[in-house]
Design a protein around this ligand. Structure first.
Ligand SMILES: C[S@@+](CC[C@H](N)C(=O)[O-])C[C@H]1O[C@@H](n2cnc3c(N)ncnc32)[C@H](O)[C@@H]1O
Length: 258
C-alpha cells in the first residue's frame, strides 16, 4: 500500500465520522436533528430537488439503477433502498427492473417523507418501512441489493451505516451509495458558488426553512472523499469498492460487493 494510503488508513482507524448538523454534540442528537430537518422540508422536498438540481437528479437515479440492471432483472431479487425519502430512487429501480418485478422496499426514519412516498406509489408494489438505517429491522443476509441516494451522508456514523448495510446483504449481494461530491477544476469553482451561495438562498426561499439548505453544502464538505470512503467500505468487508463520478463529480456512485 502506498505511503499516503497507509497514512489515510491510520487516520481512519482512529476517527468516528458522520453527519453533524450545527450545534449537535453526539450521534443521537445528530440523528434527531437530521430527522427533524427532513420532516420540516418534506412538503416541498420533491419540488426543491428538481429545481435545485435542474432535474439532473433524475439522470443520477436512472444511472444508478442501470448500474444494477443485472440484479434488478432477477424476478426473486430482494432490494432495499435506504434513506428513501419520498421514494424517487426506489421508483427508478422499479422502472429499470421492468417486468422482472423484484421486491423493492424503501426505508426511512422520517414519517413525513414516507407518507409522500406512499402517496406517490399507491398503485405499485413498492413498500415502505419506517426505520433507522443504523438499526434496520431486517434479518442478516436478506437483500441482494441495498441502495441509498443522497441519504447515507446524513447518517450519524458512516462506519456503523456501512456495517448495517453489510449485515443485511446476502453473500454476493451489492451495495450502491449515490451521493454528492466536490468537483475539481474550473467546473468545481463555478459549482461551489452555486452550491454554497445560490442553492441555500433558493432552498430557504422555497421551503421557508433556513437550516437544511445551509446544512447541505456543509455535510458534503464533511463527507469522506472517494479514496477514504472506499477504504471505509473495504474495512467493513466490501470487495471491489469503487466510485464512479457523475456529471464532473458533482455526484458519484460508490459500489461494493459482500
Ligand atoms: C436527501 S434525502 C434523500 C431522499 C431520497 N433518497 C432521494 O434521493 O431523494 C435524505 C433522506 O435520508 C433520511 N435519513 C437520514 N438519516 C437517516 C437514518 N439514520 N435512518 C433512516 N433514514 C435517514 C432522511 O429522513 C431523508 O428522507
Amino acid at each position: 500500500m502506498p505511503r499516503e494510503d497507509n497514512q489515510l488508513s491510520a487516520a481512519i482507524k482512529s476517527t468516528i465520522i458522520g453527519a453533524a448538523p450545527e450545534g449537535v454534540t453526539d450521534q443521537q442528537a445528530s440523528a434527531r436533528a437530521v430527522r427533524e430537518m427532513f420532516t420540516s422540508i418534506a412538503p416541498r422536498y420533491d419540488l426543491l430537488n428538481h429545481v435545485l438540481s435542474l432535474n439532473i437528479d433524475r439522470l443520477w437515479w436512472r444511472r444508478t439503477s442501470r448500474a444494477f440492471a443485472g440484479i434488478l432483472s432477477r424476478p426473486g431479487a430482494q432490494v432495499l433502498d435506504l434513506c428513501c425519502g419520498t421514494g424517487d430512487m426506489a421508483f427508478a429501480l422499479k422502472r429499470q427492473a421492468g417486468k422482472s418485478a423484484p421486491k423493492i422496499l424503501g426505508a426511512d426514519f422520517s414519517h413525513a417523507m414516507l407518507q409522500r412516498a406512499s402517496r406517490k406509489s399507491a398503485a405499485t408494489a413498492l413498500r415502505w418501512v419506517e426505520a433507522d438505517a443504523l438499526r434496520l429491522p431486517f434479518a442478516d443476509g436478506r437483500f441482494d441489493l441495498v441502495t441509498s441516494a443522497f441519504g447515507f451522508r446524513n447518517l450519524a456514523n458512516y462506519d456503523a451505516g456501512l456495517a448495517e448495510i453489510w449485515r443485511v446483504l446476502r453473500p454476493g449481494g451489492e451495495c450502491g451509495i449515490l451521493d454528492f461530491g466536490e468537483p475539481a477544476g474550473v467546473v468545481g469553482s463555478v459549482y461551489r458558488i452555486y452550491f454554497k451561495r445560490v442553492l441555500p438562498a433558493v432552498g430557504t426561499l422555497i421551503s421557508g426553512v433556513k437550516g437544511p439548505y445551509a446544512y447541505l453544502p456543509a455535510s458534503v464538505a464533511r463527507f469522506p472523499k472517494p479514496g477514504e470512503m472506499q477504504q471505509r467500505m473495504e474495512r467493513v468487508g466490501f470487495r471491489e469498492a469503487s466510485w464512479t463520478p457523475y456529471t464532473f463529480g458533482i455526484a458519484g456512485l460508490y459500489r461494493g460487493k459482500k
